[in-house]
Design a binder for this molecule. Structure first.
Ligand code: GLU
Length: 424
């Protein structure tokens, strides 16, 4: 059997099932009532749309897109939109649930949502991408709005994509509606600091985690999987805080130099050649190899379910900081915990993005914009408080940081859901 067919024969790891397993464990520890368990382990709304897009060559392609809202008890639904060939309803439901916990942990007044389109955007021209985005925006407009559900960038979606969505929904209304999406360009109501926010947040909690473990960041080595917005900014911010970034990768594979990578050279090489491979002085590694490198800190910042029961036993890092959503499966979590490897969970580690999205939404609603310093100070405060609350719960209940974070987050959502009661 070839490797590919072997992989195809295995049941794929279900992100939604993993998200529910994590919730169930927290519900058990919190001793949640039956109604709360039943409500919170399911999503609230799921919209699936099939929509046509005119291609440059005259053909029409029909694409499938999703917008799922998990819970609205604490405020409007919030969460990104991703364009990826593997995006499906199961994945989007998991990502929506994780957004609910993430917003609750950061203590920002949002519920959780996520959306996406099953598409490889690299295979589209810019004009096709714009038409796909605008049509998708129109299709999900029955859910989206500043008071109801506010999308943002995620995997393979950019500030430009957000600008097209904002423009589409504004054209429909007849006036500009900046607060319908976050992660927009500055020119149309975006926030200072938003493009760097997730990576900045990753570096803030990585420092807190080092303090907790008694690790010296200035001698710590780091490997980062994913070199999109989250991975590349995390690399830059971690290096600025003294960490030695030794390995990075993108969809095409990665590079490793145990002595440390010069990130400006990496970015310049990537811009010039379109690839990380071939950087002088760095050895090529696959994405799977990168995860198992002998480094102190591992930052999976690409897609979900990359650390599974299959490779968790071979992870060498002492600290895993989840830049991506859902990169470590529950089975892998148990193995890492047994091996004494600390995981800073996604709902804490990558909450910087949605936190500055919240600041952007507030600025748009009041039409009054803040300095970058104000934003970064407020972001740091939110991240450090969330870390401290997570660590406190983890220590009090003798559980992992993931469960500590879930205990704080699920408790907040449960309280809001319960005090509102069940309609009618
Ligand atoms: N897509 C990001 C996330 O997974 C940001 C979401 C947002 O800003 O609404 O947290």
């Amino acid at each position: 059997m070839t490797l590919a067919s072997e992989a195809a024969a295995l049941p794929a790891e279900s992100a939604w099932r993993n998200a529910q397993r994590q919730f169930d464990r927290a519900a058990e520890l919190l001793d949640l009532t039956q109604p709360l368990r039943a409500i919170l382990r399911e999503v609230h709304r799921e919209l699936v749309v099939h929509f046509p897009v005119k291609m440059d060559d005259g053909r029409v392609e029909v694409y499938t897109g999703f917008r799922v809202q998990h819970n609205l008890a604490r405020g409007p639904a919030k969460g990104g939109l991703r364009f990826h060939p593997d995006t499906d309803l199961d994945e989007v439901k998991a990502l929506a649930m994780w957004m609910t916990w993430k917003c609750a942990l950061a203590n920002i007044p949002f519920g959780g949502a996520k959306g996406g389109v099953t598409v490889d955007p690299q295979a589209l021209s810019r004009a096709e991408l714009e038409r796909l985005t605008r049509r998708f925006a129109s299709e999900i407009s029955l859910l989206v709005g500043p008071a109801s559900d506010i999308p943002a960038p995620d995997v393979n979606t950019s500030a430009q994509v957000m600008a097209w969505i904002m423009d589409t929904l504004s054209m429909d209304a007849g006036y500009s509606r900046p607060a319908v999406v976050t992660g927009k360009p500055l020119a149309i109501g975006g926030s200072r600091g938003r493009p760097e926010a997730t990576g900045r947040g990753v570096s803030i909690v990585a420092l807190d985690a080092c303090r907790r473990l008694g690790m010296d960041p200035t001698t710590a080595t780091v490997a980062i999987q994913g070199f999109g917005n989250v991975g590349s900014v995390s690399a830059r911010m971690l290096a600025a805080r003294g960490f030695r970034v030794c390995a990075v990768s993108d969809v095409n594979g990665g590079i490793h130099n145990p002595g440390g990578l010069e990130l400006e050279e990496v970015e310049a090489h990537l811009r010039r050649t379109g690839r990380l491979a071939g950087l002088p002085g760095a050895r090529e590694v696959s994405n799977a190899e990168l995860l198992e490198l002998p480094v102190d800190v591992l930052v999976p910042a690409a897609l979900e379910s990359v650390i599974t029961a299959g490779n968790a036993g071979r992870i060498q890092a002492r600290l895993v900081v989840e830049g991506a959503n859902g990169p470590v499966t529950p089975d892998a979590d148990a193995i890492l915990e047994r091996r004494g490897i600390t995981v800073v969970p996604d709902i804490l580690a990558n909450a910087g993005g949605v936190t500055v999205s919240y600041f952007e939404w507030v600025q748009d609603l009041q039409s009054f914009f803040w300095d970058e310093d104000d934003i970064n100070i407020k972001l740091e405060r939110v991240m450090r408080r969330a870390f401290a609350e997570t660590a406190e719960q983890a220590d009090a209940r003798r559980v992992s940081l993931r469960m500590g974070a879930y205990l704080v987050a699920v408790q907040r959502v449960a309280e809001a859901t319960s005090v509102r009661g069940i309609f009618p």
